[in-house]
Design a protein. Structure first.
Length: 494
């Protein structure tokens, strides 16, 4: 299987796409076609463990990887989760399920891909005969940073530098990153919001001057953000796994179409669901949930992507994003894979902060996708309502998706399609906000929030969060976004 750039001009192997992260002209790598999963193959998944399912799905794209080695890597990655099943489904109501993707080492769904990415990257660089040291640059809205640090810490031949917006992450997220251990890691706060941070990091990737400078030091760059296909591909697997679980627990018939609702920021998670559908998974609709930064909800209803709007800081910081990178992959698909047009639109976006798709393209998108949003008040209402009714506690991001699903049910009263809500973070990652949602209590301190939330919900507290309290802070630097490359040079120190 080869990979193309959404902006044209390249055709590379999967290994090369993973090593590079982003194509030379700034485009994103997409598979040249969607591999198909037959009914027999779907049925075979029912009997498999999560790691086996993941290896099957991933292997369809990365066909140059050795299948038994890939399986061993998946087994290793998913054994780092706190349960046997890294992606359990929890029924919260008739026809409504939570797909909990936060039982990994850093308590967010990013672990589903970032526990495996170090293997994918090492193997890819072997296949490509890369001799240089790999430097991974990450721009994070909170959860990717920690999951990537944990995944890559002390890995051979790799260094990782994470940039996060100084005012854009929760206290717990910040503490998780600033206390990170490992001898190959660096964490820097960047003045500004996530978009500023992501744009500054993308500029480093795009600069030939920087690449030359790094080459002299025997270093090449790679990305652990969801622009990297190696991040995206493990995410496709959990959609198949959820479906297999619904069939084997007799909640649905084999072949029955279901809906997924996904809390959406950089559009990586929900794009993986779309890829699963294109591979043949019986999916009817994808509900994309935004918070007050509802640029995607607006795009899905109008076909206009317009960043010229106010940016809000919310209690779901991992979705405080206006420049949603992975949407480029969807826009590329519905344009009939027109790379030239996609490149034009992306340069319009860069210059004017806006682009528009045609009514025909919009209709193609709307055949599968719809978008909604929750503001601070309505997400709290949704979280509180579910907690009161069925005793289920969810985090603030999942709360936005819950609200969007409730709106859908309100509008489509007779809809009997089963809905899976993708639950993206452990509620204890946002303890004060979740505590406020379920009890109305406000506390100032995160650890007090954890204690009170535990008293209110009786949910087990993950050890990795409690431990943070006594861990020394190693990284406390804040940098100007124009000076990130200086930080990179200082870190690699050659
Ligand atoms: C990253 C993240 C999201 C957004 O996912 P995308 O793939 O960027 O759309 C939602 N919720 C949580 C908790 C996250 O960490």
């Amino acid at each position: 299987m080869k990979f193309l750039s959404t902006r044209g001009g390249e055709k590379v192997t999967g290994a090369r796409a993973i090593v590079k992260g982003l194509s030379d002209n700034g485009g994103l790598y997409v598979p040249e076609r969607f591999p198909q999963v037959s009914r027999e193959e779907l049925e075979a998944l029912l009997e498999m463990s999560y790691a086996e399912r993941a290896a099957k799905i991933i292997g369809k794209y990365l066909d140059e990887f050795d299948a038994s080695e890939l399986l061993a890597a998946c087994e290793g990655a998913y054994s780092r989760f706190e349960r046997n099943d890294p992606a359990p489904l929890v029924k919260i109501d008739d026809g409504v399920f939570m797909l909990e993707l936060w039982h990994g080492p850093t308590c967010a769904f990013k672990d589903m891909a970032l526990t495996l990415l170090p293997y994918l990257l090492r193997k890819s660089s072997d296949i490509c005969g890369v001799k240089e040291e790999i430097l991974i640059l990450v721009a994070t809205s909170g959860d990717t940073g920690k999951a990537a640090l944990e995944g890559f810490k002390d890995a051979d031949g790799v260094k990782i530098c994470v940039f996060y917006p100084s005012e854009g992450v929760s206290k717990m997220q910040k503490l998780q990153m600033s206390t990170q251990d490992g001898n190959n890691v660096n964490v820097v706060a960047v003045k500004g919001n996530f978009d500023d941070c992501q744009t500054a990091v993308k500029e480093i990737f795009a600069s030939e001057t920087y690449a030359e400078e790094l080459k002299k030091k025997n270093v090449i760059l790679s990305s652990a953000n969801s622009i990297n296909f190696g991040r995206l591909v493990p995410q496709i697997a959990y959609y198949f796994s959820a479906y297999a679980d619904l069939v084997s627990s007799e909640q649905i018939e084999m072949g029955e179409e279901i809906d997924f609702a996904v809390p959406t920021g950089n559009f990586g998670n929900v794009l993986a669901a779309y890829y699963a559908k294109r591979m043949g998974l019986p999916v009817r609709r994808l509900h994309c949930a935004s918070n007050e930064n509802k640029i995607i909800a607006d795009f899905l209803s109008t076909g206009v992507y317009d960043m010229n709007r106010e940016f809000y800081k919310t209690t779901s910081p991992s979705m405080d994003i206006l420049l949603s990178s992975n949407l480029e992959r969807l826009v590329f698909e519905v344009s009939g894979r027109n790379a030239k047009l996609t490149a034009q639109r992306m340069s319009q976006l860069k210059e004017k902060g806006r682009y528009e798709i045609t009514p025909e393209e919009l209709a193609l998108i709307q055949a599968t996708f719809d978008g909604g949003f929750a503001d601070e008040e309505t997400s709290v209402e949704a979280m509180y309502g579910v907690f009161e009714d069925v005793g289920y506690t969810m985090d603030t991001h999942t709360g936005c998706a819950m609200k969007v699903v409730l709106d859908w049910f309100e509008k489509h009263k007779k809809d009997e399609t089963k809905t899976v809500i993708v639950s993206t973070a452990n509620p204890y990652k946002f303890p004060q906000d979740v505590l406020y949602a379920v009890t109305g209590n406000d506390v100032k301190d995160s650890f007090k929030g954890i204690k009170r939330l535990r008293a209110a919900t009786a949910m087990a507290v993950p050890k990795c969060l409690v431990e943070l309290r006594d861990k020394p802070v190693r990284f406390s630097k804040t940098a100007d976004r124009k000076k990130l490359f200086d930080e990179v040079l200082e870190f690699i120190g050659k």
